[in-house]
Design a protein around this ligand. Structure first.
Ligand code: OXD
Ligand code: MN
Length: 630
């Protein structure tokens, strides 16, 4: 090893931690660790080798450091982030690019040399007086074609604790790959929470940066604790993986993976992309079905089939609205003993919790991300502070759930029958619709996904935005190239998944929901039957929709609900003006915000526009499904 690196490691690591690090016999790793020890200058270093002692050490460290506190139920802990650090910081998240490289106007980038210098200046001595934790993980099941090994450096035991719960451990994978020479290309994450105040929350938010160095597979994150900014393997790794996937011909997607039980004991697997806070986790948790993952999936073509894995093994889920009636499985897990971290919820003196729309009333007193709380408390701008933040979260391993799919760790992933795209759309798309074919689906459902912004990111809520495949925030390749990759991915398959759209957020003219929360179970059961060619559909200008009789039967069988034809007509009427307006917005986006849009996208949208205009001339602006039945 390089002499300076060797000296640094020997100086900063005690004998046992040095031994653990050297257990991974890889020079690149040692040089990387030594470089950031020299720069960040921690007081001590802890290497996590995934033994139960190491895990216990970190768990205790988080309580000891005050990053987490214990709660009444055994294994439950809480954590607060700064009130200005409650969501993903899109403004300060940048892809670092060398001179001459360009990802187009829709993706925020920064000159690599400038960004690198800036973040390295912030990192200098940032860990003085602190301990550095080094941990190893695998994205995807270990020892599989999907596996990406990752190493995380952080001074936050809260971040490490989250990662224990969310990712498959990777020390052994590093040891094995280092010894057989297959460790090249591992992902690297350097995080520091920076200085914390008396509540142990990051205080230098003006120095919050999340910089993604694509060409060195490294991400830097500073002066933030919010999981979406700090947990390297989550949305930070996604950017690295999207680029890797684009070079190797597979896909990294913002997708859940879910098993839907069909007739005769069959399970059909779906993936589904939804922007944050648009029903992704509650879909993954559908009662009677099985969850493989709720956030990020890798998709590969293996022997002519699309197969998918959850890159994670836990959930960093939004807790607002979780209640015993609508989410019985999650409710049970969140109220049972077991290892769970709750962030930015309301904590009472007795160690109980409250969050927005939980069963029961908010207590009259407690502590949350904004300090001591009581009903009616207002912030500096005179706005009422809710008991918990709308983006408050829980972190929990999928093993805590009764509905976890038994094939979660299948090394070759699960065969995918359908791919679903869903956004927050109050007035345009029907609740469920099948695309005519792969390319039509990728263009009109995935690439045309629109959604209203939510509290998962900092900034205004409720603004309609185009969000291709719900993945725009994480793209690290030009948008056009990404769409092209998706189109190409559907070629040369012996079994092509069907593509669908769903919309849980339709409103009537008076602003009332047109659907109930659990209706999505029926949409998925209908899609399962379509994938297995067991029900017919009605062809509309925008895709294929269910027949009333099939939905009536499914509502009755699955939800014990009488589904009226009036509701069906309200929900499934084709809205021509809204659909035409949507096409205008999408075309404008791809003409002005994307410089490399594949021509086929415009062709497919133009054909859809023509079908809509033709139907309008024949049937008018709002077409009930019965008029389109052959
Ligand atoms: C998430 C997000 O946390 O997308 O999953 O914001
Ligand atoms: Mn997400």
């Amino acid at each position: 090893m390089d002499e300076i690196a060797s000296k640094t490691l020997k100086k900063h690591l005690d004998e046992s931690n040095y031994r653990k690090l050297m257990g991974v016999d890889n020079q690149d790793l040692h040089l990387f660790v030594a470089e950031y020890i020299n720069l960040c200058n921690p007081d001590s270093v802890f290497v996590n080798d995934d033994t139960s002692e190491s895990i216990a050490y970190v768990r205790n460290a988080s309580i000891k450091a005050g990053e987490e506190g214990s709660l009444a139920i055994s294994g439950h802990t809480f954590h607060f982030d700064n009130s200005g650090d409650q969501g993903r910081d899109k403004k300060n998240t940048r892809i670092l690019l060398p001179k001459g490289a360009d990802l187009g106007p829709a993706i925020d980038t920064k000159d690599r040399d400038e960004g690198y210098a800036e973040v390295h200046a912030i990192l200098k001595n940032i860990m003085k007086g602190k301990q550095l934790f080094i941990s190893f993980y695998c994205l995807g099941p270990s020892n599989s074609p999907f596996t990406i090994p990752c190493v995380q450096l952080t001074d936050s035991s809260y971040v490490v604790h989250n990662e224990f719960l969310l990712y498959r451990s990777g020390y052994q994978e590093f040891v094995t790959r280092a010894s057989n020479g297959t460790l090249a290309g591992f992902f690297k994450f350097v995080h520091s929470q920076g200085e914390v105040d008396e509540r142990k929350v990051s205080k230098d938010l003006d120095k919050r940066r999340i910089y993604v160095d694509l060409y060195h597979d490294t991400v830097y994150s500073t002066n933030t604790q919010y999981g979406g900014n700090s947990i390297g393997l989550k949305k930070l790794a996604m950017r690295l993986a999207i680029r890797k996937a684009s070079e190797q011909g597979w896909l990294t997607e913002h997708m859940l993976v879910l098993g839907i039980r069909g007739p005769k004991g069959r399970t059909t697997y779906f993936t589904g992309a939804y922007p944050s806070m648009c029903g992704k986790t509650s879909t993954a948790m559908l009662e009677g079905e099985s969850i493989v993952g709720d956030d990020i999936a890798y998709l590969r073509k293996l022997e002519g089939e699309v197969r998918a894995v959850n890159t994670e093994r836990g959930m960093f889920g939004i807790i607002q609205g979780v209640n015993s009636k609508d989410d019985p499985l999650l409710w049970n897990a969140l109220n049972s003993p077991g290892e769970i971290i709750f962030s930015n919820v309301l904590v009472t003196e007795s160690g109980d919790l409250h969050w927005i729309d939980k069963d029961g009333k908010a207590p009259s007193k407690g502590w949350n991300y904004a300090g001591e709380w009581f009903p009616g408390k207002i912030d500096a701008k005179g706005k009422q502070i809710p008991p918990s933040h709308p983006n408050a979260r829980f972190t929990m391993g999928l093993g805590n759930l009764k509905n976890v799919d038994p094939h979660l760790d299948e090394p070759n992933g699960l065969p995918i029958g359908g791919i679903v795209y869903g956004g927050r759309d109050s007035d345009t798309c029907v609740p469920v619709e099948e695309a005519f074919d792969w390319v039509h689906g990728i263009v009109t459902k995935g690439a045309s996904l629109e959604s209203e912004t939510t509290a998962a990111t900092l900034g205004a809520e409720g603004v309609r935005e185009i969000n291709p495949m719900a993945n725009l925030d994480f793209l690290s390749v030009p948008v056009g190239r990404y769409i092209e990759m998706n189109i190409k991915f559907g070629e040369w398959l012996s079994r092509t998944p069907l593509i669908f759209s769903v919309n849980y957020f339709l409103l009537d003219k008076s602003g009332n929901w047109l659907n109930e929360r659990n209706d999505k179970k029926v949409w998925f059961e209908w899609m399962e039957l379509r994938v297995n060619k067991e029900v017919d559909a009605i062809e509309t200008p925008t895709g294929r929709i269910p027949l009333y009789a099939d939905l009536k039967r499914l509502f009755n069988e699955s939800l014990k609900k009488n589904y009226s034809e009036t509701d069906y007509i309200k929900q499934f009427t084709v809205r021509i003006p809204e659909n035409l307006a949507k096409i205008e917005r999408i075309v404008k986006f791809y003409k002005t915000q994307v410089t490399d849009t594949p021509g086929i996208l415009f062709d497919v949208l133009e054909a859809q526009k023509k079908r809509l205009i033709k139907a309008k001339m024949q049937f008018g602006d709002y077409i009930p499904p019965s008029m389109l039945m052959k």
